[in-house]
Write a protein that binds this ligand. Structure first.
Ligand code: ATP
Ligand code: MG
Length: 785
């Protein structure tokens, strides 16, 4: 340990250095470091960087107290002359001249005593000119990370500077185009990246004959942001071929073939055709470490969805990835680029939405991995939005395929990725909406979107209902969740599969808040009084956090495929009311089963007659008595109190909702429910624990028995049994929708109403239900059938 750090070990962190962030994070103002939680904060505070900066700060503060600010000397006076002059009062430790113009100097003296002597002198003069000598201003210690030599990165754009720049624009459209100019690469940065790619190319060609290094991602897809990572693809197809042919025909290589089997070729250590991806990446990492000048922090990440080698370029500070099996990314990069060429509104919209999402902590995954949207997914969402305008701003992917010529047909990893090469072949969009209105509509639409209930398809340019998706071949492979966004080409890939319920919910809430703001004059018009306006307020973090949508509508649409019901001639029976009612009845039984048996909620049919009256009705006649309870405040339609229900628990069958024997009058059914445990939290982890390391086939993902056990385990963790009070009450009303029986689908809407004042508590559970309930009900019905 060096002296500086040892000394620093005694320094105390000051509270002013620390800032608490929402969601348990912290920011160390001294080091400009953000950490996710308290243990990481403690690590940081004990770490080298923080300790060193603390020490540096105390040294600087001490220096400040012993230094004077001197000006008034003749231009060109050397530091030594100033030093000599002040030596008359005591020892001078250092003189720092103003580098720029040489008009002032900081003179550091031996100690406070000398300083006081200097300041006590009423007048100082040097070379016949009067000197001004004063104590140094007390400045806050500010750490500026050392500027990387040769860095072509733009100066970090501070939020204040951004706000200032944007407020100067004339209208929101001008603000949006300005965003692009402020964030995109400078000429220097683009050149630097090109040079780096060339350097990599040269080195890799030496070791992997015939290989190519191809940049993809935001460096080249039209959505470049200064400082973004450098994504590289190492194409080894030709190298593999060379190696194979060299093996089958030993002897010197043909003239046009590189020598891939000589003694010193790295390829003599590996057979590319049979080596695993991590093995090849290890080799790539070795080449990077040993042979590419200026590259450090090389690390293989073998377990990512697309394994990569990470690296950092020392001089520029650029970070990057090299992958070897990511050809689809090359193609989707070109697709994004094509979209920016098709319409000039694409870039400003994407830049603004990305920056907004980053400010609201919805995108970016700052702590690596994580449940946020990534920039690729967010960009696809904007492109999808532009496909759905009327008339569309962008064509659908299917339409682009139709427009592509024979020679443009491209299939990658079995997926059709054909689209025209040249955007000028395409007709410009007839859509004339301006950026300001498009952005407002983006927020309006996604503030009220059924993310868990559909699959957003750029291929089709429309949301696809989940039941029909699940029936399709790709659907069964899609990892569905609370946010379903289909890759435009790799159709079985949900690019937002990592997004959790909480983020999906926050995304929606933030869109709602942004949409509300976009309706205000503050958004639409430049302030004449110099106040912030337009995009600036949109970028302030956390604006949606405080707002709980009390009046939000809690509706889940249950689109069900009739195929899950008994196999009868659906087309014919769809017309018959009897059949429709039977279907509805079965679905209602399913809903009650999931809420009560799988999610351990209390769930009771709401009805107007008393429990005694209901009990007195002969079996089979109960349906006639059943009336729809108004989905009003909780328990309005429920005569049994929860206490009574508790008391009944000895005879569980008596409190089971009898949806299986009742035909609802009209086509709606209401239950009064209560939730006792946070069964929506940590399900994935509990599920993994219950399944054990080797999941048995019968307990495959999604089995309802397993889901019931998961809920049970969560309630046990929370102390088991029913606490004195439920977490919240709510009512659910299932209604057959007007367009209920369309072709093979049946649509039922579930309207949830939390008890007054409990909307905020209910929100998280509801969001979980949005993803869970439709699938669980469908599974239950399939099993019953
Ligand atoms: P930035 O680096 O600025 O966040 P990016 O577009 O480069 O933006 P990366 O996460 O670096 O995003 O990904 C690089 C590229 O890899 C993307 O542009 C896209 O082509 C592809 N990609 C990233 N994530 C996915 C994904 N989930 N599914 C499919 N392709 C993806
Ligand atoms: Mg990238």
């Amino acid at each position: 340990m060096d002296m500086e750090v040892e000394e620093a070990g005694m320094a105390e962190p000051t509270l002013d250095d620390l800032e608490s962030l929402p969601r348990g994070g912290f920011r160390c103002r001294l080091c400009h470091v953000t950490v996710a939680n308290k243990p990481s904060l403690d690590d940081h505070l004990r770490g080298k960087k923080h300790q060193r900066l603390e020490s540096l700060r105390s040294i600087r503060q001490d220096q400040e107290l012993r230094s004077v600010f001197v000006s008034g000397f003749p231009k060109g006076t050397p530091a030594s002359e100033l030093s000599d002059y002040f030596e008359a009062y005591g020892e001078v430790v250092n003189v720092v001249m103003d580098k720029d113009k040489g008009v002032y100097a900081i003179v550091e003296l031996q100690d406070r005593e000398v300083l006081e002597k200097v300041l006590a002198q009423p007048q100082h003069s040097l070379g016949g000119q009067k000197l001004r000598v004063k104590p140094r201003e007390k400045k806050d210690f500010k750490y500026t990370p050392p500027r990387k030599q040769g860095s072509a990165k733009r100066e970090q754009l501070s939020p204040e500077k951004l706000a200032q720049e944007l407020c100067q624009a004339d209208d929101v459209d001008a603000q949006m185009t300005r965003m692009v100019q402020l964030f995109e690469f400078s000429e220097g940065e683009r050149r630097l990246r090109d040079l780096l790619v060339t350097l990599f190319q040269e080195v890799f060609l030496e070791f992997f004959p015939g290989s190519a290094i191809l940049p993809f991602g935001s460096s080249v897809n039209g959505f470049d942001v200064s400082g973004c990572d450098l994504d590289l693809f190492l194409e080894l197809e030709k190298t593999k071929k060379f190696q194979a042919s060299a093996k089958s025909a030993p002897g010197p290589p043909a003239e046009d073939e590189p020598d891939s089997h000589s003694e010193d070729s790295i390829l003599s250590d590996i057979d590319l055709a049979s080596a695993t991806v991590p093995e090849v990446l290890e080799l790539v990492a070795t080449v990077l470490r040993k042979c590419v000048p200026g590259v450090h922090h090389v690390q293989v990440v073998p377990n990512a969805r697309r394994p990569v080698v990470k690296f950092c370029h020392k001089d520029s500070g650029l970070r990057g990835d090299i992958s070897i099996d990511n050809k689809l990314a090359l193609r989707n990069t070109r697709f994004l680029q094509l979209c920016t060429e098709i319409d000039e509104r694409v870039r400003p919209l994407v830049y603004v939405v990305r920056h907004w999402a980053k400010q609201q902590a919805l995108a970016g995954n700052p702590f690596g991995g994580g449940p946020l949207l990534n920039n690729y997914a967010l960009t696809l969402l904007v492109l999808f939005f532009l496909q759905t305008r009327s008339p569309p701003v962008l064509p659908t992917v299917a339409r682009l395929k139709e427009l592509s010529e024979d020679e443009e047909q491209t299939v990658v990893e079995g997926w059709d990725c054909s689209f025209p090469k040249d955007s000028t072949q395409l007709e410009p969009s007839g859509n004339k909406e301006n950026l300001c209105a498009l952005l407002a509509d983006f927020f309006r639409i996604f503030g009220d979107y059924d993310f868990p209930g559909c699959l957003i398809s750029l291929q089709e340019g429309q949301p696809l209902p989940l039941p029909s998706v699940l029936q399709s071949e790709v659907g069964s492979k899609l990892k569905l969740g609370p946010f379903n966004l289909q890759d435009p080409f790799e159709l079985s890939h949900n690019v937002a599969a990592n997004v959790n319920e909480k983020t999906a919910l926050r995304f929606q809430r933030c869109c709602q808040a942004a949409s509300k703001y976009c309706r205000s004059l503050q958004y639409q018009r430049k302030s004449s009084k110099g106040k912030i306006w337009g995009l600036v307020r949109l970028f302030q973090p956390g604006t949606a956090e405080a707002e709980v949508p009390v009046a939000a509508e809690f509706v889940i649409n249950l689109p069900l495929t009739l195929a899950v019901l008994p196999a009868e001639t659906h087309e014919l029976l769809c017309q018959a009311r009897d059949f429709q009612l039977r279907c509805f009845q079965k679905v209602c039984a399913g809903i009650a089963f999931i809420l009560q048996d799988v999610l351990k909620c209390s769930c009771l049919e709401a009805q107007q007659g008393s429990e005694e009256e209901r009990q007195a009705v002969p079996e089979g006649k109960q349906g006639e008595q059943q009336t729809e309870a108004k989905a009003g405040p909780l328990s309005a339609g429920c005569k049994r109190s929860l206490d009574e229900e508790e008391a009944d628990s000895s005879s569980p069958s008596s409190k089971r909702p009898r949806t299986d024997t009742l035909v609802p009058e009209g086509e709606s059914m209401t239950w009064d429910c209560a939730t006792w445990h946070k069964v929506w939290l940590g399900r994935r982890r509990v599920r993994r624990q219950l399944r054990g390391p080797q999941p048995d086939q019968q307990q495959a993902a999604g089995s309802l028995e397993l889901e019931a056990k998961v809920s049970e385990a969560i309630s046990q963790q929370e102390g088991g049994g029913k606490p004195a009070d439920p977490l919240f009450h709510f009512s659910v009303c299932a209604r057959v929708r007007a367009d209920a029986f369309v072709k093979q689908d049946m649509r039922i809407s579930l309207c949830f109403e939390p008890a007054p004042e409990q909307a905020a508590a209910f929100q998280e559970f509801f969001h979980f239900l949005q993803g869970f309930l439709p699938r669980a009900v469908e599974q239950h019905l399939a099993r019953e059938a």
